[in-house]
Design a protein around this ligand. Structure first.
Ligand code: SAH
Ligand code: SF4
Ligand code: F3S
Length: 452
């Protein structure tokens, strides 16, 4: 029976979304039901992101706002325990509490399986808890088996990053690369499918660097893992994110050719187009290397669509170098992208590099970059009109009788569909393009209508 409530706010990447779900799984046996708001909650967890300054600062303004709820709970004779988890917690540690005394617990991404005992300690009056170590024994050994919350599920298979791009905090906040053994991954994937998942997105900070022991010994490659997972009956779609272009090997390319469950859509961040900038970023590849990788993937899977991340205004970036980024966008034709102004992060090498770019220049370059990306995305969305796309319906739409789902390329698609289509992949003929979604009609219904 649940007699207490927990509110968890998630910032940042999909790994944090996954971690939030797992924290709920860990807390549920201790009587914590998930709440939709921090008002009145017994436990509030902020699962934070340190990737850019704005993301990190948001946590402190949210903690400020939380004070009123904390106070109201105390007035009502209760006690609201406040925990800061995730990457800001890992980076700031005890310093975080000095800035925000309302915080009871600071825990990193690798220790949240211990959250119930941390909360118990606080409630016993044992004082604040700081737990930002990287335990030798992975947290995965202590997490309960996962269950799917809908037709599309996340599954963490790899964590941490050894690449040390010079702008990035992730290797410091998530720690060294760790890959979960294949048998564990397969068991989790099977459970997710048994509990309703039709699509699984494998997660890792550097997911395609995954290599680990196979179920019968011997090392498995990432391509091998994908091929095995694609065979699970009932698993219709397989995705993975985020990949590094330097970890795309021939075996992974072959998996895209051989495993139809692998969707023809890949998020493969390139960050920038100029070789000098890529080198200063420590990306380990040139623009030409990246294009060769894309060519190999497209040779294996000709319908493959790509998305990317971009950083503008990296230290020393000239106008000509920025133009190289626009050039690679045109060369690849990314149908979606995330793009950011470079944000200097404490302790990273790039923050100390000469030639920091003025904010006004970053703003202007970002606007031009996003304009070009939007043009390509809009053209791609328009090109979908008249085509029939397989759509995995995931939730009810705004209007009665409407469902919303995702195309292989992650486009949101809404269509009139019977409730029975929820959780299923159905062919949808695209008839319109909105600012953030596509409109379609069920193709199989159309056929039935015609036959009547
Ligand atoms: N592990 C993933 C995601 C890293 S963070 C990967 O390797 O791609 C997601 C994106 O944030 C990065 O791809 C990068 O484009 C951006 N990013 C990371 N550090 C940044 C910084 N200091 N300033 C601006 N953008 C940054
Ligand atoms: Fe950060 Fe680079 Fe690692 Fe991605 S590959 S998490 S950008 S250090
Ligand atoms: Fe942010 Fe940490 Fe993810 S810094 S992007 S929450 S790995």
């Amino acid at each position: 029976m649940s007699d207490k409530t927990v509110f968890i706010k998630t910032y940042g990447c999909q790994m944090n979304v996954y971690d939030t779900a797992r924290m709920k799984d860990v807390l549920a046996p201790f009587g914590y039901a998930a709440a939709e708001s921090p008002a009145g909650a017994d436990l509030v967890v902020l699962n934070t992101c340190h990737i850019r300054e704005k993301a990190a600062e948001k946590v402190f303004s949210d903690l400020g706002r939380l004070r009123a709820h904390h106070h109201a709970k105390a007035e009502a004779g209760g006690r609201m325990v406040v925990a800061v988890a995730g990457c800001v917690a890992q980076a700031e540690g005890e310093a975080l509490r000095a800035r925000a005394p309302i915080v009871d617990i600071v825990l990193g991404p690798q220790t949240y399986h211990r959250l119930p005992e941390m909360v118990a300690r606080v409630l016993r009056g044992a004082g604040a808890v700081f737990d930002t170590e990287f335990p030798a024994e992975p947290k995965f050994d202590h997490l309960p088996p996962p269950g799917a919350e809908g037709p599309s599920a996340f599954l963490a298979i790899q964590e941490g990053c050894d690449r040390f791009c010079t702008y990035c905090v992730v290797p410091y906040t998530r720690g060294a690369e760790y890959a979960r053994p294949a048998a564990e991954v397969i068991a989790d994937a099977r459970r997710l499918v048994e509990t309703g998942a039709r699509e699984i997105t494998l997660l890792g900070q550097n997911v395609n660097a995954w290599t680990a022991e196979g179920p019968h010994g011997g090392a498995w490659s990432f391509g091998r893992l994908l091929r095995e997972l694609a065979e699970i009956p009932g698993l219709e779609r397989l995705r993975y994110t985020t990949s590094h272009p330097q970890s795309v090997d021939a075996d992974l390319v072959a998996a895209h050719r051989d495993a139809p469950a692998l969707v023809p859509f890949l998020h493969l961040p390139v960050q920038a187009g100029a070789d000098r900038v890529l080198k200063a970023m420590n990306r380990g590849h040139t623009a030409a290397d990246y294009l060769r990788t894309v060519d190999a993937l497209k040779a294996a899977r000709p319908d493959l669509m790509l998305s990317s991340d971009f950083i503008v205004g990296f230290p020393g970036e000239t106008e000509a170098e920025f133009a190289e980024t626009l050039k690679i966008i045109d060369a690849v034709g990314f149908i979606q992208a995330f793009s950011f102004k470079y944000s200097p992060r404490p302790g990273t090498p790039a923050a100390a590099m000469p030639g920091q770019v003025a904010d006004a220049v970053k703003v202007e370059r970002l606007a031009r970059l996003q304009e070009r990306l939007a043009e390509i995305q809009t053209a791609f969305n328009r090109s979908c009109v008249g085509r029939t796309l397989p759509v995995l319906f995931e939730r009810a739409g705004r209007h009665a009788g409407q469902l919303v789902g995702r195309s292989p390329a992650m486009q949101a698609v809404h269509a009139e569909a019977p409730a029975a289509a929820m959780g299923a992949i159905r062919p949808v003929r695209i008839v319109g393009v909105g600012p953030n979604s596509l409109a379609g009609v069920l193709d199989d219904l159309g056929e039935r209508d015609a036959a009547e």
